[in-house]
Structure formats: C-alpha cells, structure tokens
Design a binder for this molecule. Sequence first.
Ligand code: ADP
Ligand code: MG
Length: 342
Amino acid sequence: MPIQLLPPQLANQIAAGEVVERPASVVKELVENSLDAGATQLEIEIDKGGSKRILIRDNGSGIAEQELVLALSRHATSKISSLSDLEQIFTLGFRGEALASISSVSRLTLTSKPAAQATAWQARAEGREMAVQVSPAAHPEGTSIEVLDLFFNTPARRRFLRSDKTEFSHIDELIKRLALSRFDVSWSLSHNGQQVRRLPAASTAIARQKRLAALCGRQFAEQALWIENQYDQIRLSGWILPAAACQGQPACQYSYVNGRMMRDKLLNHAIRQAYGEQLSAEQQPAFVLYLELDPGEVDVNVHPAKHEVRFHQARLVHDFVVSALSDALQQLAAVTLPATAE
Ligand code: ADP
Ligand code: MG
C-alpha cells in the first residue's frame, strides 16, 4: 500500500482508542471540560452504564455558536496556544482531542449558551461521518453534552464493555474522586432515572466534613487527620488516617496533583514510606491528599488520558511528602497511644 494520510474520521477513531476506553472515560473528559469552563453545578445522567446514554449538564461559560463545530474538531482547544502554555498548564484539558474522539465513536449532541448570546445553539455529530449540523435550541446558560450509543460504530470496542452495573460503578468511582477534588462544585449523578449521588456545594468546614463522610465513610471522616504543610513552592494538604485506624480492605486512597486526580507511583510510595512500620503488611493506608506546586515543575503531557505526571524534581517532591506525612503520623501515633502511668 502506498503511504497515504488517514481520513480525519479514522484518525479520530484511532485517537479515541487512547482516550475513550469505556463510558467512565467519556464522563471524565466531559466533566473536566465543564470544570475548565468554570462550572459550579454539574448534573450527570447515565443510562445503561453509559453505553446507551451519557448526559452532562453544566452552568459554565458555554461555547459560542460560531465555535461549536470547531469544538468538535481534532486539535481544537481554547486552553493553550503555544509551547510555553503547555509548560504552564492550569486547566485539566489541553489536548483538544476529547470531543473529536468521543463524537467519532458515538452520536453526540452539544448544546450551549454563553452568557453573552441571546439564544442557545446545538451541534450534532454522528460518528463524524456526516457534516456537523448546527441548529437553534433551548438551553439555560451553560453547556449540555449528550453522548448516545457509545462505540456503536466500533464493535470491537463495544464488545469490551462490561455489564451496565460494572460500567456504572466505574463512573460512580470517578465522580467520587472528582467530587473530592472540588468541594465548591455541586454534583448530581443518576443512573437509569434514579439519583445515586447528590452532593451540594460545600463551602463550610462542616459541609466539607459531610461530603467527606458521604464519599469516604464516617470512620474516615471522623478519624482522619487534616494536615497542611509547605516547603518552598510545594504544598501538601488533605486528610490521612492514623495507622491504628487503617484496615485491611482497600480504603479511600486518593491523591491529586494541582487539582488533577492521579494514581501516582511516586506519591503512593512516599505515603507508604511515611507510615513506615506503623502499618502492617495487611493494612492499607487511607488518604485524600492534595499536592500543589508550580505547574512548570510538573509535566502533565505524559499520557493521553493524563493518568500520570512527571515531576521535574521527583526526589525533592518525594522526600517532602514523606517528611510532611511522617511528622503528622508520628504526632498522631503519640496522641492515640494508650495512656501510660504518667
Ligand atoms: P480540550 O479540553 O483539551 O481543550 P476538548 O475536545 O475536550 O479539548 O474540548 C474542546 C474545546 O471545547 C475546549 O477547549 C473548550 O473551549 C470547549 N468546551 C468543551 N466542553 C466545554 C464546556 N462544557 N463548556 C465550555 N466549553 C467547552
Ligand atoms: Mg477536554
């Protein structure tokens, strides 16, 4: 075969293979877009584990009528415009690929109304085979994206979907993780018409505690220690459970780097090391931790789905986390030790 450029639709579907693994990955991309658009209210409706329908409604800044088609095109983003922007990322998205990828493997409807626009407009794309159709619509300020029949045109992918229950549990877990990163946002999640989670925006310490209990359990909310520590430009805050309260089952184990949820080996290693010998081999650490540092010190462009980051000063970050946590855990262990004769 001679070398030829891939048709855009096929290129999008190949890219979709990296970003859109399952319904939960669609939800992640769409919710991150809403958060980047400054939304403070998110409604997520799921039907049949997301394989039938995913709807995300936000009250964010919206997309202007003349940009709707562009928003669905590959490599189209409002978030970066230069390499130096890429090195200082403040948004969750920046690749300009999610909407193009998702619309290439589903029937997608994007409806939006920016504050400055008198009416809402809607763009529909189906498997990206047909031209995107734009028409007037009714919608309050903000954006809704509806994704129907995920993977309808990529049967190999569709076959990999698990039961509705399993797919929904991935979505629920994702919303949990996201809701722990944004207490200032109100979240609502429903499955097959039934509300599963309703988390009002939490602006007071009591409200935050309530959300923590709803997501990580009462025991965690009551016994975890709030920590805050800073070294130079690196800041670590969050909750950590004292070793004595850690159980055998996998518990709340959530970490975030500059607001982005992560499963980071370096952080997990540092956390385990901080517990040290306080934790037996059977016990699982439990934590919700937020690491913040200069965006120029982290590379987020490591993985298409952005599950990983790379720290420029990995050793420094690691050691800071170990020392911040082990100080706190040791103080805690001293306090919770059974009282002695003195
Ligand atoms: P990226 O997030 O990497 O920029 P996406 O394909 O996810 O790429 O989105 C493309 C663009 O569409 C975004 O840069 C943004 O301008 C716009 N957009 C997507 N979703 C929303 C939303 N919910 N509210 C406002 N704008 C949005
Ligand atoms: Mg995005």
